[in-house]
Design a protein around this ligand. Structure first.
Ligand code: PMP
Length: 351
């Protein structure tokens, strides 16, 4: 009778659609690696033959997962790669969550998590961060949710949850824990990938989009117990890592670690330097970020401040109404000569 064929809850789920920004010459909104792409990965892309497009890729990025497993000293069965870590998170929710089950997550945190939860017919439950920006492990446990997502360093705040707290969460969670280590290239706080491989209820996700400079190729992975990883792989589906992404990722893993280490060092230096240039300005509170971005609470409307940066050709991400925080900006890192423009703009915006 001509009713809509769409799910009736779909209209309530937001579409991720970042607005195009006019006149931007320095775009710091997406936390990508503005140092470029690692050289061996770029060379791998330049040297492909027509088979790269003609043939299907490996069904599950076998060569890449095997190399990752070797480097981490885990089994290939402990690793699932996907079309960005987005894909791995989405597949994990689908693999684990029974319809209608709750997914507890820090609030604020990675904005796609409640969206992926709803798209998979799960019910997201936000738990405010602690005042120091760490995940509230007791609060997350108190929800009783069978699926807990935590992000450390957290997007957008950059704050870290101590390793011991994360291990306590792994031990005490009634069900599944997904720890998103997307920004762990930029901190020494924790690396719980091999720990996850020893457990059956934990998946740790990583991405090639940040330190590894390959956001456009869409490559990420999760590490966990073999049975969990098999379930996530099934829920993800075949061929999600395309042939270009696998070849570039493999080349980078084999040959670009030094490049990544240098870029990470420069990113951390830039973060410290920009943080210092911004802190102490009236109406600005700089958080202690361990990601490849600086996060600041602002007293004015964040969108208005972002507009003033835009007028100077700089794109920054504005957040409004964040739980426990309010108005805030997130500014990605770039090599310092470019980032000097942000420091100069800030000196004009908050004299
Ligand atoms: N997790 C977090 C915390 C992120 O910030 C992002 C990207 N911004 C992702 C996961 C997804 O990254 P990708 O899909 O590019 O691997």
């Amino acid at each position: 009778m001509g009713g809509s064929p769409l799910r009736n809850d779909l209209a309530r789920i937001p579409t991720y659609a970042p607005s195009a920004l006019e006149g931007i010459t320095l775009d710091l909104r997406d936390n990508v690696n503005l140092w470029g792409m690692p050289p061996a990965a770029l060379e791998a892309l330049r040297s492909v033959g027509e088979d790269v497009g003609r043939d299907y890729p490996n069904v599950s990025a076998g060569a890449l997962t095997t190399e990752l497993a070797r480097q981490l000293a885990v089994a290939p069965e402990n690793i699932v790669a996907g079309c960005g870590s987005d894909d791995v998170i989405d597949a994990c929710l689908r693999a684990v969550g029974a319809a209608g089950a709750r997914v507890a997550h820090g609030d604020p945190s990675f904005s796609m998590v409640p969206v992926f939860a709803r798209l998979n017919r799960l019910e997201p439950v936000g738990v405010p961060l602690r005042p120091d920006g760490a995940m509230d492990v007791d609060g997350l446990l108190a929800t009783g949710a069978p699926f807990i997502y935590v992000c450390s360093p957290n997007n957008p705040t950059g704050t870290v949850t101590p390793r011991a707290e994360l291990l306590r969460l792994f031990d005490q969670a009634p069900g599944m824990v997904l720890l998103d280590e997307a920004y762990c290239d930029f901190t020494d706080a924790h690396d719980l990938r091999t720990e996850a491989a020893r457990r059956e209820n934990v998946l740790v996700t990583r991405t090639f989009s940040k330190g590894w400079g390959m956001a456009g190729l869409r490559l990420g992975y999760g590490v966990g117990g073999a049975r969990l990883v098999a379930a996530v792989t099934k829920a993800r589906g075949p061929y999600k890592v395309n042939a270009l992404a696998e070849r570039a990722g493999l080349a980078a893993l084999r040959s670009d670690a030094d490049w990544v280490a240098r870029v990470v060092r420069e990113t951390v230096e830039a973060r410290t330097r920009l943080g210092a240039a911004l802190s102490g300005r009236a109406g600005v509170r700089v958080w202690k970020s361990e990601g490849n971005f600086v996060f600041l609470e602002v007293a004015e409307r964040a969108a208005d401040v972002a507009e003033r940066f835009r007028q100077r050709g700089i794109g920054v991400r504005a957040f409004s109404g964040l739980t426990g925080i309010g108005e805030a900006l997130r500014i990605g890192m770039a090599p310092w000569p470019e980032l000097q423009r942000v420091a100069d703009a800030a000196a004009e915006i908050w004299p």
